[in-house]
Structure formats: C-alpha cells, structure tokens
Design a protein around this ligand. Sequence first.
Ligand code: HEC
Length: 244
Amino acid sequence: MNNRIVSAFIGLVVLLASSGSVFGAGGGTTLQHANVNIRDTAAIQRGAQLFVNYCLSCHSASYMRYNRLAEDLDLDEDLVMDNLVFADVKIGETMDIAMRPEDAESWLGKAPPDLSLISRSRGADWLYTYMLTFYQDEAGGWNNLALPNASMPHVMWQKQGIQKPVYATHDGVETVDHLTLAEPGLQSPEEYEDSIRDLVTFLEYLGEPAKIKRKNIGVWVLLFLALFALIAYALKAEYWRDVH
Ligand code: HEC
C-alpha cells in the first residue's frame, strides 16, 4: 500500500480511538478512572435503577422520557413502569421530581441541579470520583474530595460505608491526604465501585442518548470509508495506467 493511504488509515484509527474521550472539569483531587462502556446495556439498566432509587428524589433528568429509556435499553414499558417509576406519572413523561426548587434550596442550602447533561459538563471520571470520595468530617457532616463543602449528603453511604479523612501537612497547609473506610457498608469497596460505574454509565447515556446508536453506526461508517479508500485507490491506479 502507498504511504499516503497508510497514513490516512492511521488517521482514521486515531479518530476512532479518541472519539469517546471527554475532557471533564478537574477538581481539587486526582480523578479516578471510571472506565465506562456505553454499549453495556445491562450496566445502564442497573445504573438507571440506582438513579431512580437514590438520586431522582432530589435531581431531575428532565430531558429524558421513560418511554425513550424503555426503547433504548430494550426494556418492556410495563417493566419500566413497575421498576423505575415510583411517582404518579405516565410512561411518556420526563424524569422530573416533585420537589420545588425553592424548597430544595431552603432544605439543602443549594438547589440540586438537573442531571440530564451533567456527564457532559463534568465528565465520567469526575462523576465517578465524586461518588467515591464522600467522607464524614470531625463535626459529623458530609464532605467530598471532588466538590469540597458540597451541600449534597452522601446518599449511598449505606452501600459504601463511612469514610474518614487522614490529613497531611504540606508547607504548613493541612489537606486531606486520603480516605479510609472507618465503617464498612453493605457492599465491599469493589462492589461499590462497580455500582458507581453502572450509575456513571447511566449518566453518560443520559447526557447523550444517541451515543449508543451513534457508536454502533460509527464503526460501520469508518469501515465503509476504509473500503472506499481502497476502491478509490484501485480506480486511480487503473486510470493512470493508460496515461503513464
Ligand atoms: C438529598 C438530596 C440529594 C440527593 C438524593 C442527591 N443529591 Fe446530588 N446534589 C444535591 C445538592 C443539594 C447538590 C448541590 C451541591 C453543591 O453544589 O454544593 C448536589 C450536587 C450534585 C452533583 C454536582 C453537580 C455539580 O456539577 O456541581 C452531582 C454530580 C450529583 N449531585 C449527583 C447525584 C447523584 C448521582 C445522586 C444519586 C446517587 C444524587 N446526586 C443524589 C442533593 C442531592
């Protein structure tokens, strides 16, 4: 193969490999890798279950309708109604919450943002790190390494257990060096990490539902382009044979 074709090929492969990366906003802490696989439908289903159980009471996902969820995740609409819908809503409605934003603000100090697009603004690794780094401070309140002084309580503490901070002093400034699990939860650390990976996979899907289909189509488009490049090259060789 000619050099130019080889480099075009490499270009395509690089494009394919980099298309999934998200450059999320960093935090005060080193981000841990979520390693989500957006094509893992079972993970998105488990994540959806966690989301409606642990998050939807405060956060809406008002760009998502339950029937779209059913369609994308290959779930029967009745199954979705029975397992994912607790409020008095119909299958065609969006994932909203009953709480009024003003009430949420006065109870929690800050209104919980809609999470429809959170994976796009924060990125999967940030969300994963955020859900893993809640800890209880000396005063007994919740704090978080990715979002210091977050007004969100650790809603999944029963699963994870209670983490406590270990401090270190650098240049006279005391910071949290790492967290230790002071009280184990219902899940082992590995199981909890898997649950959070599922939850973040769901949030990734939520941020861009078309991604599931697009990723599948994308592979075929790139294969087609590669094949087409070969045909075009063969055609060029054929035309120029007479000229030379
Ligand atoms: C009790 C209500 C409540 C529940 C339940 C809750 N949150 Fe929150 N959440 C909040 C509040 C309040 C904030 C705003 C925190 C702040 O900015 O200080 C927040 C902030 C966040 C943020 C940060 C948004 C940003 O970019 O600043 C994320 C991400 C988040 N929540 C995810 C979740 C997930 C995932 C769940 C379910 C596992 C969940 N929350 C459950 C109240 C809640």
